[in-house]
Design a protein around this ligand. Structure first.
Ligand SMILES: NC(=O)c1ccc[n+]([C@@H]2O[C@H](COP(=O)([O-])OP(=O)(O)OC[C@H]3O[C@@H](n4cnc5c(N)ncnc54)[C@H](O)[C@@H]3O)[C@@H](O)[C@H]2O)c1
Length: 370
């Protein structure tokens, strides 16, 4: 399947998904202008082991590509890594006619997109996302970036790749927690923008998908639907001025859960796990503020809780989250702004909630501990 969609000014990023994706990539490389001087592949050690071999075996043009490696993990999304990569590209003679291929999860596509969009004022790049989160979210929509110290995504660009190639077979080696992390974004986009996709999610055998025992076409269907939705929204609002805000459903609370779990001892919540818990609190706020039917709210909770575990909140944790959201960039005026739901498939951005309303969502969340 191919989606050809407009995003940035004058841009036309083709997104290829499905079983013939390597064939599409061969065609893409074959059609590169003769001016393309060199090809670089950016990846990280784990992905080099599980994904680079199958890729170069099926795409012979990449066999001799220069492989650049960063360590896996969020720490690599830094200005230091970007500087090392700019220096390496320069030392290896990369020019404006070189192509950078970002093969990896969101860390690699965010970092590689940033490096490519700034090196020599921008060289062409493509994404081959290998994590579910990368396939449905990080690689889609043209946001690139690195963290500044502990603050995420503080420096970056809006810059679309030339093309995105999604091979669902790469998901076979993905850890189940990472699978769940990406799946939360599929739930989010369905709730924010597509009631039909939400109804499909309610009826699919989730356990099979999460354990990788489902037919691969099931992933292809869900990923294609999510990608098409995200792109439709991004096309209308590439620089996140307004409509794109509907994609923030679950994220204001979710980022607060994520940050809380990082600063407490133990294993932090994955991004998707935090967003899933954020969607529970924000569904409660939706029933309070934007008329979300309580029965529909409970459907959302039933979908989330078997897959994502409860994270307990002490009194001081609630204070931390409230402070965190108070400093969040989405805050305007005295209350805190959320994207909430009128119903599954219809999100309303910019709804201000008072500290009392937010506290009542924590009370509601606490009743769900079993
Ligand atoms: N640009 C955007 O619009 C956007 C949107 C959402 C998230 N992000 C960013 O994406 C990042 C998170 O993405 P992520 O969850 O993919 O993180 P990640 O890149 O760290 O990948 C998660 C883990 O999965 C492993 N992995 C990836 N593909 C694999 C495969 N096929 N087989 C085995 N292991 C595999 C990685 O080695 C890593 O351990 C964050 O930095 C976040 O800020 C960006």
């Amino acid at each position: 399947m191919q989606l050809t969609l407009n995003s940035g000014p004058g841009k036309n990023a083709g997104i290829f998904i499905g079983s013939s994706v390597f064939h599409d990539l061969n065609n893409f490389l074959g059609n590169l202008s003769s001016a393309t001087s060199s090809i670089f592949i950016l990846t990280e050690p784990k992905i080099r082991i599980c994904c680079l071999g199958p890729l170069t075996a099926l795409v012979p043009d990449l066999y001799n590509a220069e492989v650049l490696e960063v360590q896996g993990g969020e720490k690599s999304k830094s200005l230091e890594s970007a500087e090392t990569l700019w220096n390496t590209l320069a030392a290896k003679g990369a020019s404006r006619n070189s192509l950078l291929i970002n093969l990896g999860g969101g860390v690699v596509t965010d970092l590689g997109g940033f490096v490519a969009s700034t090196f020599k004022r921008g060289i062409p790049f493509i994404h081959i996302p290998t994590s579910l989160l990368g396939m449905v979210d990080a690689a889609i929509g043209g946001k690139t970036g690195v963290n500044l110290g502990d603050v995420k995504n503080q420096v970056g660009t809006f810059h679309d790749p030339e093309a995105i190639f999604i091979h669902t077979g790469f998901l076979r080696t993905l850890d189940p927690d990472e699978q769940r992390s990406g799946f939360a974004e599929i739930i989010k986009i369905a709730l924010a923008a597509d009631s039909g996709l939400w109804k499909r999610l309610l009826s699919i055998p989730l356990k099979d998908l999460m354990n990788n025992t489902a037919d691969e076409s099931a992933w292809e269907d869900l990923i294609s639907a999510s990608v098409a939705l995200k792109y439709r929204i991004v096309e209308q609002d590439f620089r996140e001025q307004n409509i794109r805000e509907i994609l923030n459903f679950g994220h204001t609370m979710g980022h607060a859960f994520e940050s809380l779990s990082m600063q407490k001892n133990g294993k932090p919540l994955s991004h998707g796990h935090a967003i899933a818990l954020g969607m529970i609190c924000e569904s409660y706020l939706s029933s309070l503020k934007t008329g979300l039917d309580r029965k529909l709210r409970d459907d959302i909770i039933r979908m989330i809780f078997p897959e994502y575990s409860y994270f307990p909140l002490q009194k001081e944790d609630r204070d931390f989250m409230m402070d965190f959201m108070g400093h969040d960039k989405k805050r305007r005026g005295s209350g805190i702004r959320f994207t909430l739901l009128r119903e599954p498939g219809t999100a309303i951005p910019g709804v201000t909630c008072s500290p009392e309303e937010i506290a009542s969502s924590f009370d509601f969340y606490s009743t769900l501990e079993s």
